[in-house]
Write a protein that binds this ligand. Sequence first.
Ligand code: AAL
Length: 390
Amino acid sequence: MSKLEQGAFPWDIPQTKPDRPLSAAMQRLYENYQTPRPEDNDLFSSFKYTRVEGLDYSNSDGTVSRRDPSKIIKIDGLYYVWYTKRHTPLPPRGAEQCTDDIPSMDWDLADIFYATSKDGLHWQEQGVAVKRPSKPELGWRSISTPDILVWQGRYYLYYQAFMEASGTKGDHCPVTMAWSDSPRGPWTATGEIVVENGEPGSWDQFSIHDPYLLVYKGKIHLYYKSAYGDRPDYLVGNGLAIADNPHGPFEKHSLNPILNSGHETCYFPFKEGIAALAIRNGNESNTIQYSKDGVNFNLASVTQLMPIAAGPYIADAFDDTGDGIGISWGLSHMADKKDPTTKYSFLARFDCNLLQNSEKNDCHETDVVHDPEVYFAQALTAEQRKKRGI
Ligand code: AAL
């Protein structure tokens, strides 16, 4: 019997690629994904959200914002997170109306704060970790979007260092670093750029955003995002820079960008490789990806409602075991955009199931039903309605 005469595709779905002619879609099902059903896939998850307790937002008046949490680490039984905190007399007013005290964007005129928690839900803000320095030092205008590295017993915070109000020309900044012998500080800011913007004309010439640190194959891996091309026709990509020492030099990978989508960075050791959440912006928004070498990522699953700017709890982020266990919760940020004049962001907890060999009946729904308000919040603008005559 020739392959073409084999009859219809079987009812009982084959778990491995059957030896028969397959359509492009069915070939992809077996070649691109770890299992034919997402419900059985270790790198598929749905996401659940819970309001965080213990952080005050000044009655949501837009003067206090917390966003872009770092990955979470556990030290002596306590979870630690670092994040961008803005506390300004007024909410963001855009680049034209900003002053020395009035922010342009949500992450303008910000500092790096930290909080601790016993359970990942109730958080106590412990105060400032790194304050922005005075003019004209590196990051004088704002410091934001931190991530943590623990390397040979010392703590390192990497973060964006702005020398102009974001939005003036774009969202331009390089990355700097501060170190401490304790997660509670005091932190010593190096005052130096650790990951430089690219050469003129290169994709990352204006910005290195969202530094994200893992230890992999004996080396410090710093993933980052850059937005390239001019808005609104811009693309986001993620790059990788590798170092032997937290102070650098960080060498950018020759294959950068290594992700073609993903506005904020989120990576974790998984099995022998590295997994990534490509959260938003780009052709591969809402995907979870996997690479066996930390560089060449392939789609592992497609999902929805991913956590924005996810900072997961990663138990083995720096252990370099070669057998990463995965993630099951973390913090992300959300913004209430209903009233643009009081815009701010707040931290929220997400839960997921991206653990090796985990129970597959937890956080594996592929059919997530949203409240109708979620759809109607995506309203046409007045101009779009006019164009459509409605
Ligand atoms: C975030 C991150 C970076 C950008 C801005 C603040 O979501 O991508 O941190 O600079 O937006």
